[in-house]
Design a protein around this ligand. Structure first.
Ligand SMILES: Cc1cc2nc3c(=O)[nH]c(=O)nc-3n(C[C@H](O)[C@H](O)[C@H](O)COP(=O)(O)O)c2cc1C
Length: 255
């Protein structure tokens, strides 16, 4: 709270008022000039407000649903669960993720990207040659059904979803959406919230067509004018460590 108060002062309110009374010709900030800060307004919960405000001047429509709208929340949970199920039972999409599995400390250190797996059981299965990364598990196998069940439990305990929609999808818009997302993530983290992006329903392969249509309809974001740039679940979760990084040099092309 102290930090928020400080930011408000730095943001102009108190300082501007003091200056105006000294000069005797009070001026007000034109409402239109600061409209961008209000666009996702209306939220009274301080955590939601902080996330709304973090979107700031970026040209992104930001939305949030929480437990105060249980029916809408249930729709989000259902679409996310169905999209996740489809990804898991579609061999070529699950194999796409398998390509990025990094199993055990050695592989994680070598690649420093992808999906890190440190679960001892998976590491041992891999060591004994029992983890076939070229073969998608059957839809009714334990590997698939247990993940679907786990994700269902995660959805059932998720108290909120947020989304970011843009008009257009050129590179500059994508970068703006990324900036807005990172700022929202930082604001959420400050307030003790965790976020997990959900990409499955936003993907454009044929098996995913229904969840794709459902989420675009639910977010009032008809294609092709609108693009849902991010959809994420938000809530309270145990702290997790940072994801691997390759470091700046690995990303810079030197000529
Ligand atoms: C555009 C985008 C889409 C993502 N989609 C998913 C997703 O569908 N499921 C998921 O578990 N994590 C998803 N993530 C989260 C990443 O897997 C990863 O956990 C996160 O980016 C790690 O944060 P860090 O790289 O800032 O440490 C997504 C992240 C981004 C940026």
């Amino acid at each position: 709270m102290e930090r928020r108060g400080f930011l408000r002062v730095v943001g102009g309110g108190v300082i501007a008022a003091a200056t105006a009374s000294a000069s005797g010709c009070a001026q007000q900030m034109p409402s239109s000039a600061v409209a961008a800060w209000r666009k996702a307004g209306g939220a009274t919960d301080p955590r939601r407000r902080a996330m709304n405000d973090a979107v700031g001047p970026h040209p992104v429509r930001f939305g949030f649903v929480g437990t105060d709208r249980p029916q809408l929340l249930a729709r989000h949970r259902a679409i996310a669960s169905e999209a996740w199920r489809i990804e898991l039972v579609t061999p070529r999409t699950i194999l796409e993720s398998y390509k990025w599995l990094r199993v055990g400390a050695g592989e994680i250190a070598r690649h420093r990207d992808g999906i890190s797996l440190l679960d001892p059981m998976v590491v041992w299965l891999d060591r004994f040659g029992l983890l076939d990364r070229d073969q998608a598990p059957a839809p009714d196998s334990f590997a698939t059904t247990s993940q679907i069940e786990e994700f269902g439990n995660a959805m059932a305990s998720t108290p909120g979803f947020l989304w970011m929609v843009t008009e257009g999808n050129d590179r500059a818009t994508q970068v703006e959406a990324g900036r807005a997302y990172v700022r929202v993530q930082l604001a959420a983290t400050v307030h003790g919230l965790s976020m997990q992006p959900l990409s499955q329903a936003l993907q454009e392969y044929p098996e995913q067509a229904k969840p794709y249509a459902d989420i675009h309809r639910l977010l009032d974001a008809p294609r092709p004018v609108n693009t849902v740039q991010m959809w994420a679940r938000v809530g309270f979760a145990p702290a997790i460590g940072p994801a691997p990084r390759r470091g700046l040099d690995a990303h810079i092309v030197r000529t």
